[in-house]
Design a protein. Sequence first.
Length: 99
Amino acid sequence: MYHDLKQYFWWSGLPQTQRRHDAIWVVVDRLTKSAHFLPIRKDYSVSRLAEIFQQEIVRLHDTPSAIVSDRDPRFASRFWKGLQKAWGTRLKFSTAFHP
């Protein structure tokens, strides 16, 4: 079971696949260091990302107790915060980059 997750978006110039995926959503369990690499598209809505999260992470590992996320606007949205609250998941954000 994934208890404490860290999630990232990674889109450093990835070529588009046949299904038009152009980004990878990386979800890592902070305890076991196991990872899921989920092909996505940059233009996916927050609700579509929630569906993918439910299908690929929650279905396999149950609802996480905490998620540490980057400050991507999708994860800072009211919808995503409300969804995590409904699931009983603590949503934490990593610190912003300060050069």
